[in-house]
Design a protein around this ligand. Structure first.
Ligand code: GLA
Length: 670
């Protein structure tokens, strides 16, 4: 297998085993703690440390005043201990002197109110003043450390757009208009794309266009959609501006930490991924969700999709509780290892944490860390040391790749469109639909790649398209061509409804896929929150139903009750050697899993032994293949495998026992 550039870069982050790292904020501690920190990092096997993430006010304490002495000292301490640096550019949060001198850099919310300093990321992404100051900071940091031998990776800013993705200030308005002029060239083209004859919204000049600030009534959805696109591009522009400066001064690779996670949706990472030397993601278990660990699996698969199947780096996660959810749950014993193993199973070649030492002050003081408030005489620290040993044992996994012949289409643009104002039902959440599809596939034993609409599908047998509301003509034809060439497709309701301008595709839903599926939906019939419908097969469903007729497909199941009683619910259209399936409602987990399993079997997609409580993913190397099995249940289990258990060193023949809560990684000869 040819080693890709990213795979190679990841191997430079650690001498042996998978990279083990963390954010380190030495600014928060006295010098004597630094020495202790470095000693403990070595004890735990931490080899990659992110610093200077929030260092701006320390190295540049006043306008024109620079003091790198503390950072120099920390860098030399870490370097002396053989620890590699994931060096932050420090631009993530401007210091108070800057916002005091230039209050015009502060971001503005959609209601027109300013967001003040006192937290972090309090800047307008389009502010030229902010960008000037950030440029100077990055230039100085890159000049000083660009060729330092400890710098293994550049960490541009931090979670770009986490808090300030959407800024509605006048400066953002100016930048938005420039972006629109690039996109549409003429105001007439913009008027046509946005459908501005509606409600007398026609623009006569660019200067009349504002960011989509809060209005009395519903806003123009195409305007809002373009503002999302613009805002994602502005944040990417911040990355690019820093990257240009660093690349002139350093040969080390660059990345920034993505937030592929359930609670962030404002960045279209498909358009960012190509700028990264390696893909890095931050992920925290979100206990507000019904199934946090399933969301983790989905996010990890999506991160691998962004990395185009290459290994990637988990840049931040937590050993235990976070501090930003309403109920910040501690992890169960063993849960940390299972979470980490899920990321690795799905392609992570390095695991890093926020943060090294739990803060004593500041708004994150109750966030877990590698060194807890209790110190090293704690179960948490012992788990950290064990984790370091575990990661070292996984050296053979480096550079291996997850193989999947099932793909799931995912789109941030479509997410923005489907959850816009004035939609048929607030009960339809894009992530709910995507997560349910991913869950059904996982429970059916499938490993899914997550890919962008329009991506090459030739490597797949089966493609799942959950609630892909917005799709452009080209991406729609890629899917139709895939089915015509013998691929099997499952499309779910609310897909193919609008084009790239958010214009409804007329003639019946699901417009873009009507011919592919051989069905024609005349009317949506969404359900009330507590309402369920029953299908002829006995399956229960919720959220949505549709009044549809079938032109050229077989009716597999129909509605027994509800607003579409008697009408088709599930259809299949044969297409060449493949088939195009359509499900017009949100099936409950069991019937959804059974449907996906049935279609996968028909498609000839490879199904593994994984199911509801058992996560089993395979990573392939040139000579060996690795079965990563995680038992999330309290019942002992087993998985078929033959080879060597990387953790215990024991030989496995036929089947590997997988006790309740355990993780096994079995090396098999290919
Ligand atoms: C993100 C940020 C970190 C920290 C953690 C807390 O990952 O990048 O600085 O705030 O969240 O979970």
């Amino acid at each position: 297998m040819a080693e890709s550039r990213t795979t190679h870069l990841l191997t430079t982050l650690s001498d042996d085993g998978l990279a083990f790292g963390c954010d380190y904020n030495p600014e928060q501690w006295d010098r004597d703690v630094w020495r202790e920190d470095v000693r403990l990092m070595r004890e735990a096997g931490v080899g990659l440390v992110a610093i200077n993430i929030f260092g701006w006010s320390s190295i540049n304490p006043a306008s024109g005043v620079w003091d790198f002495s503390a950072l120099d000292e920390v860098i030399e301490l870490l370097h002396g201990a053989g620890i590699r640096l994931n060096l932050g550019t420090g631009t993530a949060s401007p210091p108070p002197w800057l916002s005091t001198a230039h209050p015009e850099i502060l971001p503005v919310a959609e209601d027109g109110t300013t967001r003040y300093p006192g937290g972090r990321q309090a800047f307008c992404p389009s502010s030229p003043v902010f960008r000037d100051y950030a440029r100077e900071l990055v230039t100085r940091v890159a000049d000083r450390y660009g060729d330092h031998p400890a710098v293994a990776l550049w960490h541009v800013s931090n979670e770009l757009g986490c808090h300030n993705a959407l800024c509605y200030c006048d400066e953002s308005g100016r930048a938005f208009r420039t972006w629109l002029q690039d996109r549409y060239e003429t105001i007439d083209a913009l008027n046509a794309a946005w459908g501005t004859t509606f409600w007398s919204q026609r623009y006569g000049a660019w200067a009349e266009i504002l960011p989509p600030r809060q209005t009395l009534s519903l806003r123009n959805p195409s305007h809002v959609l373009d503002f999302h696109r613009f805002s994602s591009d502005e944040q990417l522009g911040l990355y690019r501006a820093e990257a240009r400066i660093i690349r002139e001064r350093s040969a080390a690779p660059l990345t920034t930490n993505f937030m592929v996670t359930a609670h962030i949706r404002n960045l279209d990472y498909w358009s960012w991924a190509g700028d990264m030397d390696l893909i890095a993601n931050d992920h925290y278990l979100d206990n507000r969700l019904d199934e946090p660990r399933r969301e983790l699996s989905f996010a990890a698969d999506l991160t691998r999709g962004l990395a185009q199947g290459d290994p990637w780096l988990l840049m931040e996660t937590s050993t235990g509780a976070v501090n930003w959810q309403p109920y910040n749950l501690a992890k169960q014993p063993g849960q940390l290892l299972r979470n980490v193993a899920s990321h690795i199973a799905r392609g992570a070649d390095g695991i890093c944490f926020f943060q090294w030492r739990a803060s004593a002050q500041g708004s994150e003081k109750f966030h877990s860390a590698l060194v807890p408030h209790a110190g090293t005489d704690s179960a948490a620290w012992r788990e950290v040391v064990e984790l370091g040993e575990f990661l070292r044992l996984l050296d053979p996994l480096r550079g291996t790749r997850v193989r999947a012949d099932t793909a799931l289409l995912f789109s941030w643009e479509s997410w923005w469109a489907i959850e816009g104002e004035g939609r048929p039902s607030e009960g339809l959440g894009y992530l709910d639909e995507v997560h349910s599809a991913h869950r059904a596939a996982s429970d059916a034993g499938l490993t899914c790649d997550i890919v962008a609409p329009g991506a090459d599908l030739s490597a797949y047998r089966f493609v799942i398209v959950p609630a892909l509301h917005l799709i452009d003509d080209r991406a729609a034809s890629v899917l139709s061509d895939f089915a015509a060439a013998g691929g099997t497709v499952l499309v779910t309701f609310s897909s193919g409804i609008v084009d790239a301008d958010d214009r409804v595709r007329l003639g019946g839903y699901p417009g873009a896929f009507r011919d592919l599926l051989g069905v024609r939906v005349e009317e949506f019939a969404p359900l009330l929150p507590a309402q369920q419908v029953t299908l002829g097969s006995g399956a229960q469903a919720r959220t949505w139903s549709e009044r549809m007729t079938v032109a050229d497909a077989e009716i597999i199941d129909h509605y027994v009750d509800g607003p579409a009683a008697g009408m088709p619910a599930l259809t299949r259209r044969a297409s060449g050697d493949g088939a195009a399936w359509y499900v017009s409602t949100h099936l409950d987990p069991e019937p959804y899993r059974d449907l996906v399993a049935r279609i996968a079997a028909e498609a000839g997609a490879v199904r593994g032994p994984g199911h509801e409580g058992l996560e089993v993913v395979r990573r392939d190397g040139e000579t060996h293949s690795y079965v990563i099995a995680i038992n999330h249940t309290s019942i002992d289990a087993a998985v078929p495998a033959n080879g060597r258990d990387l953790i215990t060193g024991q030989t496995v023949s036929g089947s590997a026992s997988l006790p309740a809560g355990a993780v096994r990684i079995i090396e098999e000869i290919r």
